[in-house]
Structure formats: structure tokens, C-alpha cells
Design a binder for this molecule. Structure first.
Ligand code: NAI
Length: 306
């Protein structure tokens, strides 16, 4: 199989590395900057013999080279600077993502699309509109990353292995994300049994600010290692038809009482893309949080089209 990554920046190039080194697929890295994706592809290719995989990595500036991809990941666009919210990127990235989606679908009409560019939920909606794809085949990555952050903070607090912590974060990728703490467990034991409410709320807050915390520390762009790992999990679940149940930003058609908006909810991911959307029995408070999250995405979709 072949995966195209549009945007060979920090997230895109790290994702290319993950996909090749996990032996998931050949990779085409595309960017507007001339020479850059070609150089990265050569560098990654030179590591092939050491990392012991045999995946081809091609760098290009031309969509023709992306033809026939099974998956297209869009990471093209600007990342945040310190003090910026994801929404500040709206207008610039909207143009870039719509253009990328249209070009990519023209050469890979059967591909499944994963959008990574921020503001994530709005960009996924715009890419869905631009490609006219059924919702099964176009989605956004955010929840897997936000959940991994929440799990990390729980693991750090309890001094346990991160792999033993399972949690899910729904909603939009932003300040209004909805971490479901009552579902979080350490190997099946509810985290609510292990930590008091104030501590959990502190970890939830840190999760909501997880991206900004890294932007503030680095001062030059945002996170990319964990975002690339999170995206590779989605790529893997699709390519290997694993049907993993993951939080995925998807177009809602009435689920959770929401219509015509993209937001993160639990989805099964398999070879056809989104196989199903799971509707959890949320508490009134969680539903309210999900709806205000969706409302802010909705407003930004409208702003992007003004
Ligand atoms: P970066 O600046 O390192 O890379 C972006 C790349 O896009 C650059 O190489 C740039 O040349 C390229 N690009 C710009 N316009 C393009 C176009 N029209 N066609 C093709 N390529 C184009 O940024 P980074 O750190 O890789 O982040 C990429 C995006 O992903 C940002 O919007 C960032 O906010 C977002 N992001 C989203 C996450 C999520 O959870 N959904 C997590 C981390 C980042």
C-alpha cells in the first residue's frame, strides 16, 4: 500500500518515519517547498538498511506522484506560535487544506483521508466539503492524541505504566475538548477510584492545554512526535483492517443530537475507513460539554466561509 502525506513539515516527516519504520506502507511526502520533501525522503531512505524495513519513501512537489494512494494524510499548513489559539490559524490553513484535498483526491479517487492540520475539526469539515467524499472516508486526527496526553498525565500522577492507562477524549480539538474521566481506567480499575476529583480535574485541565504547554516550551511550532504516533495508529487500523475503536473527528448526522458538524466521537476504523460511530450514554453534563464544543466548531466553519 501507499500513503501520501501532504505537508512534509515536522508532523508530516515524523509520520513518514513512523509509517515506514512500522512497515505499514510506502510513503509519498509532498510539500510546496522545492527540494525539501526530496531531501527528507532521501534521508529516510538512507536509514532503511539500519532500521531494517523495505518501504519506499518518495519526496515530491507534484501531486502526480501521489497517484493511487490508499490513504492521504493532510498536515499542510501553519502551526501555532506562542499565545495563538488553534482558531487563529483558520483562514490561512483553510485555503491550504482545501487546495491540498482537491489536488489529492484528483489523483487518488479511492483514498481515505485523514486531516491533521489545525483547527482540526473545521479543517476536516472543509476537506469533506471540498472532496465530496462519503463521511466514512474522511476524518480528522485529534482524539487519539488528546487521549494519549490524558493517559500520560494519569500515568505520571499514579506512577504507573502509560500503556496500562486507557482513556478517551471526545469533542473538538481545542479548549472545549471533552475528556471522559469516568471511563478512564488503569487496567480496568476506574481512575475515579484511584484519584480524587480535584486531582482528576487538574489532569483534565492539563490535557486541554496539552498542545499549548508544548508550544510555550518550544517557542518554535508545536508538538509533532506524539501527533505523528497518534496518526500512525489510525493509518495502521485502516490498512490492517483492525476495527480499532478510537476517538476520531467525523461528520455527524444526528449522533449525540448533532448535525452537520465535525467533532471527535468514538469510531471503529477499518479498511473502509469509519465502519461505525458509537453513541455512548453520556451524562447531561458531558452532552452539554460536547454540544458547546460542537457549537464553537460550527461558528468557525461559518467564519471560514465568510
Ligand atoms: P510545519 O510548519 O512543520 O509543517 C507544515 C508544512 O506544510 C510545511 O513544510 C509547509 O511548507 C507545508 N505547506 C504549507 N502550505 C502547503 C501547501 N499548500 N501544500 C503542501 N504543503 C504545504 O508544521 P507542523 O508542526 O508539521 O504542523 C502541521 C499542522 O498540523 C499545523 O496546522 C498544526 O497546528 C497541526 N497539528 C495538528 C495536531 C492535531 O492533533 N490534529 C497535532 C500537531 C499539529
Amino acid at each position: 500500500p501507499r500513503v501520501t502525506i501532504v505537508g512534509a513539515g515536522r508532523v508530516g516527516s515524523t509520520l513518514a518515519q513512523r509509517i515506514a519504520e512500522k512497515n505499514l506502507a510506502d510513503v509519498v511526502l509532498l510539500d510546496i517547498v522545492e527540494g525539501m520533501p526530496q531531501g527528507l525522503a532521501l534521508d529516510l531512505t538512507e536509514a532503511r538498511g539500519i532500521e531494517l524495513h523495505n518501504r519506499q519513501i518518495i519526496g515530491t512537489n507534484n501531486y502526480f506522484d501521489t497517484s493511487g494512494s490508499q490513504i492521504v494524510v493532510i498536515t499542510a499548513g501553519l502551526p501555532r506560535k506562542p499565545g495563538m489559539s488553534r482558531d487563529d490559524l483558520l483562514k490561512t490553513n483553510a485555503k491550504i487544506v482545501v487546495e491540498a484535498a482537491k489536488n489529492a483526491i484528483a489523483h487518488s479517487p479511492n483514498a481515505i483521508f485523514i486531516v491533521v492540520t489545525n483547527p482540526l475539526d473545521v479543517m476536516t469539515y472543509l476537506a469533506w466539503q471540498a472532496t465530496n467524499l462519503p463521511r466514512e472516508r474522511i476524518m480528522g486526527m485529534a482524539g487519539v492524541l488528546d487521549s494519549a496526553r490524558f493517559e500520560t498525565f494519569i500515568a505520571m500522577e499514579l506512577g504507573v505504566l502509560p500503556a496500562d492507562v486507557k482513556a478517551m477524549v471526545l469533542g473538538s480539538h481545542g479548549d472545549l475538548m471533552v475528556p471522559l474521566s469516568r471511563y478512564a481506567t488503569v487496567n480496568g480499575i476506574p481512575v475515579t477510584e484511584l484519584l480524587d476529583a480535584t486531582t482528576i480535574e487538574r489532569l483534565v485541565e492539563r490535557t486541554r492545554n496539552g498542545g499549548a504547554e508544548i508550544v510555550e516550551l518550544m517557542q518554535t511550532g508545536g508538538a509533532f512526535f506524539a501527533p505523528a504516533s497518534a496518526t500512525s495508529v489510525m493509518v495502521e487500523s485502516i490498512l490492517w483492517n483492525q476495527s480499532r475503536l478510537l476517538p476520531v473527528a467525523t461528520y455527524l448526522e444526528g449522533e449525540y443530537g448533532l448535525i452537520d458538524v465535525v467533532i471527535g466521537v468514538p469510531c471503529r476504523l477499518g479498511c473502509g475507513g469509519i465502519e461505525s460511530v458509537l453513541e455512548l450514554n453520556l451524562t447531561d453534563e458531558e452532552i452539554k460539554a460536547l454540544h458547546s464544543s460542537a457549537e464553537s466548531v460550527h461558528q468557525n466553519i461559518q467564519r471560514s466561509q465568510e
